[in-house]
Design a protein around this ligand. Structure first.
Ligand code: SF4
Length: 310
């Protein structure tokens, strides 16, 4: 079940830490059975995001579009930015609703964990204000005004110590001989240690002199932090990647050769299940404590096959 080449990304690590069962379903079962309609639907379930997450994705995407146009000599008015934001957010909400309807039609989700929703005006207003806040940030303005800019995609990866790492910066900025890698974190403020780890992995896309520039939201106000990782931090970061990959392998190996999911641990905390995309497919749907107790009992019995499970 383990992919031919180990893959590390923040999304994978976050999911593994929240729940090994959900991790195996998303990156093992769903990928193995992607040619089966139910396997495809399982992949799609994980693509459903909350409107709140889509709002933050739209902020990032709108700002990056603004940057691209700015670099080509087109500067948006506030009205255009607001229109672009609303359009982008509406598209994401529409796609989300279509995805939910399609998955419901497959019968894979018997109890809708997600409801279709509408674009709410106050979210559009908030998102537009946050975009303006970032593009007006003095450090962001300076980046736009001097040097050259290149946008990167999340699919841009790096191969390091036999691991494929997905941690691309959003923008590369060159000014004279200096290189800056810019990452926009609209979701939450990251701790100092997390930022240093991220900076060390981001620097793999540049060289040892490259400065990493983070823009992150703190109580709806943008902050900027610059880091040039030192060799110790970079070694520590690769050590953490190595440990994460071992945990991923353990999760995949716990499935066993008969595709038995019963030994793949459920989440350690009920909190993880509250917003889980596959809760309606998981034994915890009938009660978290009961499912954990049943899992302990099932460890000694023949488990369910992957095909039966989906
Ligand atoms: S519902 Fe809970 S235990 Fe089940 S896959 Fe989701 S997070 Fe894991």
């Amino acid at each position: 079940m383990f992919p031919q080449q180990p893959i590390w990304s923040n999304t994978r690590v976050d999911l593994l830490q929240r729940c090994p069962r959900a991790f195996v379903l998303r990156y093992g079962v769903a990928q193995l059975s992607q040619n089966h309609p139910k396997g495809q639907a399982l992949s799609e379930i994980f693509q459903i995001q909350t409107p709140w997450v889509l709002l933050h994705q739209t902020i990032r995407e709108t700002v990056l579009e603004y940057v691209e146009d700015y670099a080509n000599g087109t500067i948006w008015s506030t009205g255009l930015l607001s229109t672009k934001f609303k359009h982008g957010f509406t598209q994401l909400i529409r796609k989300r609703n279509q995805l939910i309807k399609r998955i419901m039609e497959t019968g894979l989700m018997s109890q809708p964990g997600f409801q279709c929703t509408q674009v709410e005006a106050h979210l559009v207003e908030m998102g537009t204000k946050l975009c303006i806040g970032l593009i007006d940030h003095p450090e962001f303005v300076r980046i736009l005004e001097v040097g050259t800019i290149k946008r990167l995609e999340p699919t841009d990866s790096i191969h390091q110590q036999n691991v494929r790492i997905y941690n691309a910066p959003d923008i590369m900025h060159f000014n004279n001989d200096q290189q800056f890698l810019i990452k926009i974190h609209p979701f939450q403020q990251r701790s100092k240690t997390e930022l240093e780890l991220q900076a060390s992995l981001l620097q793999l896309y540049g060289d040892e002199k490259t400065t990493i520039v983070f823009f992150h939201l703190n109580r709806r106000v943008w902050s900027c932090r610059k880091i040039v990782p030192n060799p110790t931090q970079k070694n520590q970061a690769m050590g953490i990647v190595d440990k994460d990959i071992k945990h991923m392998m353990n999760a995949f190996f716990s499935v066993g050769k008969h595709n038995d999911l019963s030994k793949v641990p459920l989440a350690d905390s009920y909190r993880s299940c509250m917003h889980c995309n596959v809760r309606s497919l998981c034994p915890t749907r009938d009660g978290y404590e009961r499912a954990k107790a049943e899992q302990r009992a099932l460890m000694c019995q023949k488990g369910t096959s992957v095909v039966e499970y989906i």
